[in-house]
Design a protein around this ligand. Structure first.
Ligand SMILES: [Zn+2]
Length: 159
C-alpha cells in the first residue's frame, strides 16, 4: 500500500519530496481547493459541462489521509523525510462519463414582445447526477446571455 506512494516519480512530482516537519495537510488542502475551483469554473462556466466538486474533494481527502498514514509510519521508523505522490488529475471529475443526464427541460420565461407579454423558451436546463457520489447538478443553458449568468447552482437558477 505504502509502496505505491514511494514509486518512481516524474520530474514534476519531485518537488513533492518533503521534510516531515514541513508537511501541512491544511496547506495542501487549501491549494487543492483553489485548483478545483479554477477547474470547476472553467468546466461549468466556460465549457458548459458538469463538474463534480464533491468527488474531487473526496479524492483530495483520501490522498491526504494516505500521506498522513505514511508519515506516521515513517516517523515510527525514525525517518525525517518522505516522498509523497499528490498528482491528482482534477480534470477527470469533469468527464461526461462521470455523469448521467437525467433530465432536460425548457426554460420558459415571460417576455414582453411587441408590447404583448408572452411565454417564450429562453434556454434549457440539463440535470446531471454524478455516478460516483450521486450529487446532482443542474446546468442552465441560455439561448442568449450565456455569459451573464452563473448557472451551475440549481437553487439560484430555478428560483
Ligand atoms: Zn461525484
Amino acid at each position: 500500500m505504502v509502496e505505491q506512494i514511494f514509486r518512481e516519480q516524474t520530474p514534476e512530482e519531485k518537488k513533492n519530496f518533503t521534510d516531515l516537519r514541513k508537511w501541512r495537510s491544511t496547506d495542501i488542502k487549501q491549494n487543492a481547493l483553489k485548483r478545483i475551483s479554477e477547474i470547476e469554473y472553467d468546466t461549468t462556466y466556460k465549457q458548459r459541462k458538469p463538474y463534480c466538486t464533491k468527488c474531487a474533494i473526496n479524492e483530495v481527502d483520501s490522498q491526504i489521509a494516505l500521506v498522513n498514514k505514511s508519515i506516521e509510519k515513517a516517523r515510527r521508523q525514525g525517518k525525517t523525510s518522505i516522498k509523497y505522490d499528490f498528482a491528482i488529475d482534477y480534470k477527470q471529475f469533469s468527464s461526461e462519463k462521470l455523469f448521467d443526464l437525467v433530465n432536460t427541460s425548457e426554460i420558459v420565461e415571460d417576455k414582453l414582445l411587441d408590447g404583448i407579454r408572452q411565454r417564450v423558451q429562453t434556454g434549457i436546463y440539463k440535470d446531471y447526477v454524478c455516478k460516483i457520489c450521486g450529487s446532482a447538478q443542474s446546468m442552465e443553458i441560455k439561448n442568449r446571455e450565456m455569459e451573464t449568468k452563473k448557472t451551475h447552482l440549481p437553487d439560484s437558477t430555478k428560483a
